[in-house]
Design a protein around this ligand. Structure first.
Ligand code: HEC
Length: 194
């Protein structure tokens, strides 16, 4: 029985080796071999970094026409300077409904993105600060470096800060989408009262 099995195993191994030599010994080394669903190898669409004769500049990746914005994109036309910060403060208000769900989402987002520095209660005592990072002022008791008490920061000022950052705080625009920023703003207002 054992001898028979050994012969079978040897036979199978020899067959597999022979078969792989036949399959891999194609002359054209760049050939992909047998193709299943060939469109996956030879695209009909242009790759974005590929030359393209259909456009004047010969490139596939085109710059969007001036004045256009992506679908779903929310504009925030307040520049990253003090004038933009002050103007946002007077003109911009939270478009979201003040309800328990938005507040709970805001709390979760704040805990993820902001609490490492600002602390879970917004007192400027997050874990990063405990390791030597410059402490942000408390939302309820501190003073803003741009003037006024932190507890009086408006919707627009907080949104502007999340979008652009300020001094030691970087921009969170690429991590937190506009709607998420507004949920966070809602929760920061709650922390201003602590
Ligand atoms: C890397 C640490 C860090 C993180 C993370 C961080 N901040 Fe800050 N934040 C700071 C520091 C430091 C300041 C004080 C900067 C200054 O005024 O010089 C600050 C200031 C602020 C201010 C006051 C702005 C003003 O006008 O005075 C607000 C509001 C604020 N942060 C909100 C947030 C929110 C919301 C998040 C999360 C999306 C966040 N921060 C994440 C470090 C951080």
């Amino acid at each position: 029985m054992l001898a028979m099995n050994k012969i079978k195993i040897l036979g199978t191994t020899a067959f597999v080796i022979a078969a792989s030599i036949v399959i891999t010994s194609c002359k054209d080394r760049r050939s992909t071999g047998w193709q299943y669903a060939p469109n996956m190898y030879e695209h009909i669409a242009y790759e974005y970094d590929q030359a393209n004769p259909n456009f004047k500049d010969g490139k596939t990746a085109q710059v969007p026409p001036a004045g256009t914005i992506p679908i779903g994109f929310k504009r925030f036309d307040y520049p990253n300077n003090n004038a933009g910060y002050q103007l946002a403060s007077t003109e911009v208000t939270n478009p979201l409904a003040a309800n328990a769900q938005n507040l709970a989402d805001g709390k979760a987002l704040f805990t993820t993105f902001c609490s490492p520095c600002h602390g879970v209660n917004g007192q400027g005592d997050g874990t990063v600060v405990q390791h030597g990072y410059p402490a942000p002022p408390s939302y309820s008791k501190g003073q803003s470096s741009r003037g006024g008490a932190m507890k009086d920061l408006t919707d627009g000022k907080i949104y502007h800060t999340i979008t652009y950052g300020v001094n030691a705080m970087g921009s969170y625009a690429s991590q937190v989408a506009p709607e998420e920023r507004w949920k966070i703003v809602m929760y920061v207002h709650q922390l201003q009262q602590q």
